[in-house]
Design a protein around this ligand. Structure first.
Ligand code: PEP
Ligand code: MG
Length: 567
């Protein structure tokens, strides 16, 4: 059994095909005719760009627009004058095209790799992919073609590059295993979009798994099993069937209202990170956007996005939702979310430090750019502003004051916006969980961020393996915090939702129903499953279970009771 990163859920069973990368070795030589060599390079670049554009076109229909853009991005990057200029200068100095390409692109790749920001490190992978493509053209060799695989193939490859993925015929691929890449790598994003089970970063996968071998890819757990024995194979075959059957059964919930068994209406919303994610959200039947993590717009840029750029992004989402609510969280920088060009000082304890709303209120001119963009976009749909990491009433009041200032400016400029735009709070700190009644008086809605609320309540950093046992929302301390927040919000008559991962945990669904939570905001693939979980409980049944849970003292007891009552 091999362990890796669980990058795309589901279980794939099939026959291994190790995708061997083409032999791209060459003998470097000195060139006499630099002009001819440059022409040879340009011709190879042109063919590479044409093929890549064609792959992007194919991907638009086979995978999705956003993923196709990754391929189109390769063309732009390959034609970047800084890169091509440096290669041509090297050829002018007598280096052959292959060597000039390898040396120059490696220099760019290393530059991107040395950067702290994940976005730039992803660009290093793109550069490597481009190098392979152009080098293959120069040498007249074919790169791996995954379009002609037999049905039931488990692709095993060192790195699944976007160009390889472009050719994948989804119907024939049962699973993907790679030796590199994390959950946010392009291969992971594409595997999830294709809904192919994938386990990434399995060390020495290409050596350990051979062509023709039977293998199991458990993309939910992040486990790969080579040559399973009969018992294991039968067990996983059953699990794969269950997974597929569950997915098929969930289709029955598409287009249906989100209601409890006794007809109490709930809202099933989706969490997104960019306007491109909206299609996925709508495809999975989202009724609203419960969390747009706006910091991704900032992470994907090289400098602070302008008011115009932000406005366009927010407007796009508002328009796509056709009047349904869109909660946009203002910049949640710091903690685990670094934005290099903002040059925030390294801190001893970043999760307790200068981050999120603390940074924004300390830099009101920057913050107002975002608030103005949000207000302007509110003319195009039901945008709501959400403030992250609130710990006290002073913060929400300060934000509302800035919102009023921005409104006055926009009015003066004759711009339209929703004067009644709602400003709500992301309830994710222990402090907020202790004063929900006070915060509810100042807030149009609450959305519970259990990812942070769990960490802050239990004083447990989820990145730290040694205290990971404490990072669980089944602890009574976390459950009581959630209950306090929901009940205070309900008493005050404001909407209460949850956008942390716990919203998609079916074991918690009855508790959230019992306490009166209205909106469940999950990742796109969890929407139908959560709608189903909601439909399985009446309020009375949920109340009964919640009362029993509140009498328990330990996380273990809570989880055991919830599991025993799971539906
Ligand atoms: C949360 O904290 O629960 C949340 C949804 O926000 P993030 O994961 O972006 O911190
Ligand atoms: Mg958070």
């Amino acid at each position: 059994m091999y362990e890796g990163v669980n990058a795309s859920e589901g279980i794939g069973i099939g026959t291994v095909a190790v995708a061997v990368e083409p032999d791209l070795t060459f003998t470097p030589h000195v060139v006499e005719d630099a002009a001819a060599e440059k022409a040879r390079f340009k011709a190879a670049l042109e063919v590479f760009c044409e093929k890549t554009e064609a792959q992007a076109e194919h991907m638009k229909t086979s995978v999705g627009e956003a993923e196709a853009e990754i391929m189109s991005g390769h063309v732009t990057l390959a034609q970047d004058p800084e890169l091509t200029g440096a290669i041509e200068a090297s050829i002018d100095g007598g280096t052959c095209a292959e060597q000039a390409l390898v040396e120059t692109s490696t220099m760019f790749e290393n530059m991107f790799l040395s950067m702290d920001d994940e976005v730039f490190r992803l660009r290093a992978a793109d550069i490597a992919d481009i190098r392979t493509g152009i080098l293959a053209e120069l040498l007249g060799r074919e790169v791996v073609d995954l379009s002609v695989l037999p049905a039931g193939t488990i692709i095993v490859v060192h790195d699944l590059t976007p160009s390889m993925t472009a050719t994948i015929d989804k119907a024939n691929v049962a699973g993907i295993v790679t030796e590199t890449g994390g959950r946010t790598s392009h291969s992971a994003i594409i595997a999830r979009a294709l809904e192919i089970p994938a386990v990434l970063s399995v060390s020495n996968a290409c050596g350990a798994l051979h062509n023709g071998m039977t293998a199991i890819v458990d993309g939910s757990k992040g486990v790969v099993i080579g040559e399973p024995d009969e018992e294991t194979l039968a067990d996983y075959t059953e699990r794969a069937e269950q997974f597929a059957a569950e997915k098929r059964a969930l289709e029955a919930f598409r287009g249906k209202p989100s209601v409890t068994a006794d007809g109490i209406a709930k809202v099933l919303a989706c969490n997104i990170g960019s306007p491109d994610d909206v299609n996925g959200a709508l495809d999975h039947d989202a009724e609203a956007i419960g969390l747009f993590r706006s910091e991704f717009l900032f992470m994907d840029a090289k400098e602070l996005p302008s008011e115009e750029e932000q406005f366009e992004a927010y407007r796009k989402v508002a328009v796509a939702l056709k009047g349904a609510p869109v909660i946009i969280r203002t910049l949640d920088v710091g903690g685990d979310k670094e934005i290099p060009y903002m040059n925030l000082q390294k801190e001893e304890n970043p999760f307790m430090g200068y981050r999120a709303i603390r940074y924004c209120l300390d830099n009101p001119d920057e913050y107002k750019v975002q608030l103005r963009a949000l207000l302007r976009a509110s003319a195009f749909g039901d945008i709501k502003i959400m403030v992250p990491l609130v710990t006290c009433v002073e913060e929400i009041r300060a934000v509302k004051k800035l919102v009023e200032e921005c409104k006055a400016e926009l009015r003066e400029e004759g711009r339209t916006f929703n004067d009644n735009i709602q400003v709500g709070i992301m309830m994710e700190t222990a402090a907020a969980a202790n004063i929900p009644d006070l915060l509810a008086k100042e807030s149009a809605f609450f959305s519970i961020g259990t990812n942070d609320l769990t960490g802050y309540t239990m004083a447990s950093d989820r990145g730290n393996d040694r205290v990971a046992y404490l990072y669980s929302w089944y602890y009574p301390a976390v459950l009581r915090a959630i209950k306090n927040i929901i009940e205070a919000g309900v008493r005050a008559g404001i909407m209460v939702g949850m956008c942390g991962e716990a919203a998609a945990d079916p074991l918690l669904t009855p508790l959230l129903i019992a306490w009166g939570m209205e909106e469940f905001s999950t990742s796109a693939p969890s929407i139908l499953r959560t709608r189903k979980a909601i439909s399985q409980w009446t309020k009375a049944e949920a109340d009964e279970l919640a009362a029993k849970v509140l009498e328990l003292s330990t996380a273990e007891e809570v989880k055991a009771l919830l599991e025993a009552n799971a539906r």
